[in-house]
Design a protein around this ligand. Structure first.
Ligand code: SAM
Length: 181
C-alpha cells in the first residue's frame, strides 16, 4: 500500500516527506479502549496534523503534541530524539526510518509507551536485540487493515506494541475494529 509509512519500510523511494502518514482514528480508539488509562498526561511526539492526538483528547487526557514539522498542529520544530520529558504515556505512529530510535528514546520517559508498527516489525532479526532489551507488555494486532490514505484497498497489517513499566511478559491480544468511533 503506497500510503503507509509503516508499510513502505522497505521502499524508501516511495515514502512521503518526513514519513507523514496520518493514523485513521479507529486504530487509536481500539488501543485506548484496550488500555483503559485513567486520566493522565500523554505525549504524542510525532503528531503530524493531530489525527492521533485528537482521538487521545477524547479520552479526557492531557495531551502534549509536537512534531519535527511545522504543521500548524501542536508544537512544531521539535525533534523528539533530542527532547526529554516525563509523561504518563507516550503514544504515536513513529516515522518508520527512525522507529527504533523513537522506541528507545520513549521508554525511559513514560510508564506506558505505545507505538503502531507494521505487523512484520518484530519478524526482523535485527530487532531481536531491541525486543530482548525492552520486552513489550503487549503486542496487539489490528484485525482489520486501516486506511492510511494510499488509495484503493488497504493491504497492510499493523499492530500496536505497548511497553508498560514492570510488565515484561509479552502478551499477544487481537484488537477488534471499534463499531462506533
Ligand atoms: C507516520 S507520521 C504520524 C503522524 C501522527 N502521529 C499520526 O499518527 O497521525 C510520522 C510523523 O513523524 C514526524 N517526524 C519525523 N521525524 C521526527 C522527529 N525526529 N521528531 C518528531 N517528529 C518527527 C513527521 O513529521 C510525521 O508527522
Amino acid at each position: 500500500m503506497k500510503g503507509l509509512t509503516i508499510a513502505n519500510g522497505g521502499d524508501k523511494s516511495k515514502r512521503r516527506k518526513m514519513d507523514f502518514y496520518p493514523t485513521p482514528p479507529e486504530a487509536t480508539h481500539a488501543l485506548m479502549k484496550f488500555l483503559k488509562l485513567g486520566p493522565c498526561l500523554i505525549c504524542e511526539p510525532a503528531c503530524g496534523d493531530g489525527a492521533m492526538a485528537e482521538v487521545l483528547k477524547q479520552y479526557g487526557h492531557g495531551i502534549m503534541a509536537s512534531d519535527l514539522r511545522q504543521s500548524g498542529y501542536g508544537c512544531g520544530g521539535v525533534d523528539f530524539l533530542l527532547s526529554d520529558g516525563d509523561y504518563d504515556a507516550i503514544i504515536t505512529n513513529p516515522p518508520f526510518n527512525v522507529s527504533e530510535e523513537f522506541i528507545r528514546h520513549a521508554i525511559p520517559q513514560a510508564r506506558v509507551v505505545a507505538m503502531i508498527l507494521k505487523s512484520q516489525y518484530w519478524h526482523a532479526k535485527k530487532r531481536r536485540k531491541l525486543f530482548n532489551e525492552f520486552p513489550p507488555a503487549y503486542v496487539l494486532p489490528l484485525t482489520w487493515r486501516p486506511d492510511f490514505g494510499g488509495g484503493g484497498s488497504p493491504t497492510m497489517e499493523v499492530t500496536w506494541t505497548v511497553w508498560i513499566e514492570g510488565e515484561e511478559d509479552t502478551r499477544y491480544r487481537q484488537l477488534s475494529k471499534p463499531l462506533k468511533v
